[in-house]
Write a protein that binds this ligand. Structure first.
Ligand code: ADP
Length: 319
């Protein structure tokens, strides 16, 4: 097997779903699922035949062992999967919230994720990579954002294409004053940004404007390419002349599938677009490919289980 061209960085965690539905109360037991957007993305790319490195940090506990097993079974390289002997593996309680799709309670204090350190992925590795992706909900925590921004800075210096998915929520930030400068710096370092409506309400003062102006507002921070995913409404993409695949603009509906669970659709979309762009495809083809990967991921429950391989994606596109 050849060495990966891509590195994905961020948290891997266990999502605990109560076996009863409704608010988080009186569950008899919990189902345990591997999660964290960066891990979902790494598994999605592996399934598509573009296996990346995943830089993440697990605790030396049963959750960490479970995640390491899942990643290994899925074929993700363990070269940058660290195990921290002194910390716990990050985990999340997922409940049904009538006001949103799902509610999440994060256990993050004292986790191995919080001990991800700048410099872990050496410059010599970055020099051999084409693409580095960072993001994830844990950017709200100081140690994680320090580690991620350091990685993005060094990846940029090594001429990697840097992509970023904010994947954030305002209420997770211990000090909301950190949010704006972190996002601004991340957008400056990124060449490619994938975002959705939830993020945009955090990133921009108003999203009540035409989608092209939203994209232009994000491009003004520095990226050359933006993808705005809109669930069942599909994806808008825009790239400037600085993009290897630009300048270009595309607005495509979602594939018509029987969606049962949209968890991980955004990560699946990102995996598809990175895979297509690395293969030299156009912005429009990359959005089609990403939309197909995202759509197929919604047809079964879970973020990782339903991830399609390349043949399934090509079949949906050709149908
Ligand atoms: P995120 O999880 O980041 O908010 P979205 O929900 O926008 O991402 O989904 C990402 C992509 O997955 C969409 O742009 C679309 O192509 C596909 N997708 C999501 N939900 C559906 C759906 N219900 N039917 C078909 N495709 C979907």
């Amino acid at each position: 097997m050849t060495d990966p061209d891509v590195l994905i960085a961020g948290e891997t965690l266990v999502d605990l779903f109560p076996t009863t539905t409704g608010p988080l109360a009186n569950a008899e037991t919990f189902d345990r699922r591997a999660g964290g957007a960066p891990a979902n993305l790494a598994v999605a790319m592996t399934r598509l035949g573009t296996a990346p490195y995943l830089w993440t940090r697990l605790g030396a506990d049963p959750f960490g062992e479970h995640l390491a097993d899942v990643l290994e079974t899925q074929g993700v390289s363990d070269r940058f999967v660290e195990v921290d002997a002194d910390r716990k593996t990050a985990h999340t309680l997922v409940g049904d919230d009538p006001a949103a799709d799902q509610s999440f309670v994060f256990y993050k204090e004292g986790t191995a994720t919080m001990a991800m350190e700048p410099g872990t992925v050496p410059d010599e590795t970055l020099a051999n990579l084409e693409w580095v992706h960072f993001g994830g909900v844990m950017l709200c925590e100081a140690p994680v954002r320090t580690a991620m921004l350091d990685l993005a800075e060094r990846a940029q210096a090594q001429a990697c294409t840097v992509s970023f998915d904010p994947n954030t929520r305002e209420d997770l930030w211990a000090d909301p004053a950190d949010l704006e400068p972190t996002m601004r710096r991340a957008l400056e370092l990124a060449d490619v940004v994938k975002t959705d409506r939830e993020d945009l309400s955090v990133l921009l003062e108003t999203i009540d404007q035409e989608i092209a102006s939203v994209a232009e507002e994000l491009l003004a921070y520095g990226p050359h390419t933006v993808f705005l995913t809109r669930g069942a409404e599909g994806t808008y993409g825009m790239a400037t002349a600085d993009a290897p695949w630009g300048p270009a603009e595309t607005d495509q509906p979602a594939f018509d599938v029987d969606a049962v669970d949209t968890t991980g659709a955004g990560d699946a979309f990102t995996a598809g677009t990175i895979t297509a762009l690395l293969a030299g495809r156009s912005l429009s083809d990359a959005v089609t490919f990403g939309n197909a990967v995202g759509a197929l991921t919604t047809t079964e429950t879970g973020a990782m289980e339903p991830l399609p391989d390349r043949e399934a994606v090509e079949r949906l596109i050709a149908a």
